[in-house]
Design a protein around this ligand. Structure first.
Ligand SMILES: Cc1cc2nc3c(=O)[nH]c(=O)nc-3n(C[C@H](O)[C@H](O)[C@H](O)COP(=O)(O)OP(=O)(O)OC[C@H]3O[C@@H](n4cnc5c(N)ncnc54)[C@H](O)[C@@H]3O)c2cc1C
Length: 389
């Protein structure tokens, strides 16, 4: 596996695409610019100042598939030409009104229907916090007392997930459930496990997400596998390192509970890779979804597939990166014959702003990631120049 093959990595990018991506990553590399942009965006949203003109041709165009499912179609087809599949991710965040919840629920059902009719879209996905007022998730997770009304809302949350899982089951689509803040997760895990027990009897339909920056997730994985063996269900796990480290640490300190996050990046890396190894030992009852831009973790999984003499495109194992990031990993893995699906966020410009801010921040704070993107773009630009001479 050579992730540095930029000819494959950027096979569907024009010169203009490369120039724009270079400008974008150069900009978000500068911390002050991202911080200023974040503040400006926050103010613009509060006073309902239109922000689309600034974001749409830049961040949005690079990281987002479009405003609607139909608008993402072109991106899905383009990726498919390079053997890369897609997962449409409705990325509207922070709307816990009744209308916002219904909207997210109905939209997710549409993504399942859409995936059912498109062979290039093997999964659907949703954010559980879009399906309920998150204050209830926190209360349930921390075993605080809840009113009858809140208990009813939690029940309605479980019912929504049940309806989505049933639809996914009937449509032969696999359903990924994202992970978010630590203090909502227990209430989510409880429902997701119920869904696995109900819908994963013969194959994996429902996937939970494990954030391996959490100190307790390796143990959780082992317990889940043990439960699956005794109760007779299949396990679907999407692995990620976790996107909210700073927020989690600050909150734990503020609220006075031990930080749920590993002390060092090495600890997270080790847990992540151990989780892959353990999961692949149980591939007879488990599906692995490897959601990472980390080269080592991607190489490790490819190596285990080889060691176990599985087919590269064994349907139980998927690699995934976010749209607009780490194409060198996605395209080279796909070219080599592995299953790869890009997460493609979509939604109206102003509602996907929190997602975009996270991507911009991640690309300033994740050491080396932006540098890596830039050096690969430069390498490809030089390669094309030499080829044309
Ligand atoms: C397809 C896909 C789906 C995703 N879905 C989710 C999701 O549902 N929920 C979610 O939370 N995130 C999700 N993410 C984001 C993910 O959690 C990471 O933030 C992101 O991918 C960066 O991690 P990495 O493995 O790609 O890369 P790397 O650069 O190797 O790792 C960076 C990550 O390591 C961890 N880390 C960094 N420094 C330290 C430290 N000092 N101590 C401990 N840990 C540290 C953090 O998690 C950080 O994000 C998803 C990512 C992908 C690609």
């Amino acid at each position: 596996m050579d992730f540095n093959n930029t000819k494959i990595a950027f096979q569907d990018k024009t010169e203009g695409d490369l120039r724009r991506a270079k400008f974008l990553f150069n900009s978000i590399r500068q911390n002050w610019l991202v911080m200023t942009g974040k503040v400006a965006l926050g103010i613009a949203q509060k006073v309902h100042f239109p922000i689309g003109w600034a974001i749409k041709p830049t961040l949005y165009r690079h990281f987002v598939g479009g405003e609607t499912i139909a608008q993402c179609e072109q991106v899905v087809e383009k990726l498919a030409k390079s053997k890369v599949q897609s997962i449409l991710d409705y990325s509207v965040e922070g709307t816990s009104t009744e209308q916002g919840i219904n909207n997210a629920f109905e939209e997710t059902l549409r993504t399942i229907d859409n995936a059912a009719t498109n062979a290039n879209i093997p999964f659907a996905v949703f954010k559980p916090t879009a399906m309920i007022d998150t204050r209830i998730l926190k209360k349930i997770s921390f075993k605080e007392s809840v009113s009858d009304e809140e208990q009813e809302q939690y029940k309605a949350f479980a019912q929504r997930i049940d309806i989505m899982a049933q639809k996914a089951f009937d449509s032969n689509v696999r359903l990924l459930i994202d992970a978010e803040d630590y203090w909502f997760q227990q209430a989510i895990d409880d429902v997701v496990e119920e869904m696995m027990l109900k819908y994963n009897k013969e194959r994996v339909v429902v996937f939970n997400t494990l954030q391996m920056y959490r100190t307790d997730r390796l143990e959780y994985l082992k317990n889940l596998i043990a439960k699956a063996r005794t109760s007779g269900f299949f396990v679907g796990v999407k692995f990620v390192r976790g996107a909210y480290m700073e927020k989690e640490r600050a909150r734990a300190e503020q609220e006075g509970y031990p930080s749920p996050i590993n002390a060092t990046k090495d600890d997270t890396d080790k847990m992540y890779n151990d989780a892959l190894r353990i999961s692949m030992e149980h591939i007879d009852i488990l599906n692995v979804f490897n959601g990472t831009h980390n080269e080592e973790s991607n190489l490790l999984l490819a190596q285990i597939i080889e060691d176990k003499k599985l087919a590269k495109n064994d349907a139980r194992v998927y690699f995934s990166q976010l749209y607009g990031m780490s194409d060198h990993i996605s395209y080279n893995l796909a070219e080599a014959g592995y299953n790869v699906a890009k997460y493609i966020p979509y939604g109206p410009v102003k509602h996907v702003a929190p997602y975009l801010i996270r991507r911009a921040e991640e690309n300033t704070s994740v050491a080396g990631q932006t540098g890596r993107e830039l050096s690969l773009i430069l390498k490809e630009q030089n390669r094309r120049k030499t080829e044309n001479q």
